[in-house]
Design a protein around this ligand. Structure first.
Ligand SMILES: [Zn+2]
Length: 346
């Protein structure tokens, strides 16, 4: 009897977060992504939601590797929790590896984990699977899709992606390779792209840079920009616009997505803001107090809040109409909180 090929989604379908899929063929398993989800409003006391991996625990001797498409929390956030139960080698690109390493360090898993860096365009043999890394564009650099080759045929697992013909780093999604695979024949395409149901297309990341320039040129007051910390291309565009407009920049926040910075790093951020002469900065998150300490030592001051909700409440109270605020909340719940608070104020 022919060997069966199974695709087992363990999370991430019809939901935002905890992306994880197992592929099983000829008695062997590989896993793609290992993400967490942010808790909903009703999950009191819960910080992090992870996929149900009981099937993988039961079959751990048959797992040949964990392949990660990119470094967003909803694709890597559950790794330390799952690794404590299933030790498997991790294959990913360089930036993704850097972000995962921070998590492994935090959970004392560096020594016991094999973390292998693979470049886009290369392939890895893992048991009866050969996994090919294909460059794609996304809101974090170094993202890849996988062509998972088996004797039975090929599955293409895209991960999150967009088609950006003018990406900031100049590395356009490898449509040529995807086209070739299409010609060779693909058994199954597992594609994942936010807003895929909406017609039209998403503008290039370059368009955001032009918007920053317009906003920065027309504003003499303080500008607050929020973004995913891991969207290094967007952070770069903020810095470019600021440099062109002769603005000073202070980088603040809990930097959760770049891993847990040390206390010293947070302290330095506060000191830097004070040295730049920015005396009314706001720090949010578990390490906010450290940022405030750093600022105080350098003669500045930082208002600090333990949680985003607390900050949003206080800030919407205080912000005057002459302050521009560009908000890109990191997840829907925060955006809703902001909107509710703004409504309450008007
Ligand atoms: Zn993503």
């Amino acid at each position: 009897m022919a060997e069966k090929l199974k695709i087992i989604p363990l999370g991430g379908l019809n939901e935002i977060g905890k992306n994880m899929t197992a592929y099983e063929y000829g008695g062997e398993i590989i896993v793609v992504d290992c993400g967490m989800a942010f808790p909903g409003d009703d999950m009191y006391g819960i910080d992090c939601v992870i996929p149900d991996v009981s099937y993988l625990i039961k079959n751990k001797s048959r797992i040949r590797g964990l392949f990660i498409t990119h470094g967003h929390e909803d694709h890597i956030g559950a790794i330390p929790y799952v690794l404590k139960q299933i030790n498997m080698p991790i294959y990913c690109t360089r930036l993704t590896a850097g972000l995962i390493k921070l998590k492994l360090e935090e959970h004392q898993l560096v020594k016991s984990t094999k973390l292998i860096t693979v470049e886009a365009g290369k392939s890895v043999r893992a048991g009866k699977f050969t996994v090919e890394f294909i460059h794609v564009n996304h809101s974090i650099a170094d993202s890849v899709a996988f062509a998972i080759h088996t004797k039975m045929g090929t599955i293409v697992h895209t991960g999150d992606f967009k088609i950006d013909s003018t990406p900031i780093d100049g590395e356009v999604i490898d449509l040529a390779r995807l086209g070739e695979l299409g010609k060779e024949g693909v058994l199954c395409l597992c594609a994942d792209s936010t807003n895929v149901e909406r017609p039209g297309f998403t503008p290039s990341e370059k368009v955001v840079g032009a918007t920053f320039m317009r906003q920065f040129q027309n504003c003499d007051e303080r500008i607050i920009v929020t973004t995913f910390a891991s969207n290094v291309h967007r952070v770069q565009q903020v810095l470019d616009a600021a440099a062109q407009c002769g603005r000073k920049v202070a980088v603040l926040g809990d930097m959760g997505e770049l891993g847990d910075l040390t206390d010293q790093a947070h302290y330095n951020i506060g000191a830097l803001a004070a040295m730049l002469g920015i005396d009314e900065v706001v720090a949010i998150g578990a390490k906010a107090e450290k940022i405030a300490d750093g600022a105080a030592q350098s003669g500045g001051s930082v208002t600090h809040f333990a949680t985003k909700e607390e900050a949003v409440h206080e800030l919407t109270d205080q912000l005057g109409t002459d302050t521009a605020m560009l908000v890109k909340a990191s997840h829907a719940m925060h955006m809703e909180t902001i909107v509710k608070e703004l409504e309450a104020q008007t």
